[in-house]
Design a protein around this ligand. Sequence first.
Ligand code: PEP
Ligand code: MN
Length: 337
Amino acid sequence: MIIVLRKDATDAEIEHVVEKIKNAGLAVHVSKGKERTIIGAIGDEEKLASLPFEALPGVEKAMPILKPYKLVSREFRKENTTFNVGGVVIGDNAVRVIAGPCSVEGEELLIETAKSVKAAGATVLRGGAFKPRTSPYDFQGLGLEGLKYLAAAKRATGLPLISELMDPRDVEMMCEHVDIIQIGARNMQNFRLLKEVGMTKKPVLLKRGLSATIKELLMSAEYIAAQGNSTIIFCERGIRTFETATRNTLDISAVPVLKEETHLPVFVDPSHAVGRWDLVAPVAKAAVAVGADGLMIEVHQDPENALCDGAQSLKPGKFAVLMEELKKVAVAVGRTI
Ligand code: PEP
Ligand code: MN
């Protein structure tokens, strides 16, 4: 149930509505916007059936939410949600680009990459310290050492950081080092992990699972929001299909579908979608054209010798060219980069 308060509702009136919901045994989520306050009642709506919310002082209207995802739905919040990540606003008119290597391999190399992606216009640095590899014999990431190199790259460039969390036991360590926590495709339905990041205040980038529907992706985000953390970025990164020409198949229409279904920002990761560096640029441009709020692109100084995902990584020079092209696409669709 969504309860929209009148513009002039007082704090006491808001509190009264909150109490009514709590007494019925449901959880409450209060969203105070510029214009008005919206209260979400989370739980079994049947229990609210006998409560005439619209008769309460300060209440403009009460609406049942028909979708299974509530806090993340457009029904709950009509305006786009924006939030600040280390000085960078996510979800506004500017398309934000996250760039950096698949995995952190060394301090100097990372700082060099960070400087070059920043010069090209990227606003967040990526780098995996814990890598979800298909084979246990492949490079698994540098762990805490990698997080320290990321922190050094942030000191050197000022770029906020994103890195993937795979284990609930690492939440605290991750929160200390990064600005955005990434939940990878393989963990999109690791509900324990989702609840853990939901209990933090860190923005979360949630990647779509390898074979997950858009509805399942939204439900996973709801797990995070239900714990109190609504700073979530969706990330379409390609799904498994019968097609083998590319690593995955980018579901380009997922972007406008998500923009319709949720008030939260939607990013696209063209690198993991296509798996080939030469296809990253055209797909990245398509993503901006179709309305993505941001991109996540893998960049490596020396892709041939990368420890992970070299085949899909752009060299800094190619990345800089792409950023220039993306600016034109952004302007064409009424946005900036
Ligand atoms: C990544 O971004 O490093 C990654 C492993 O991506 P995905 O979870 O989308 O496969
Ligand atoms: Mn990768």
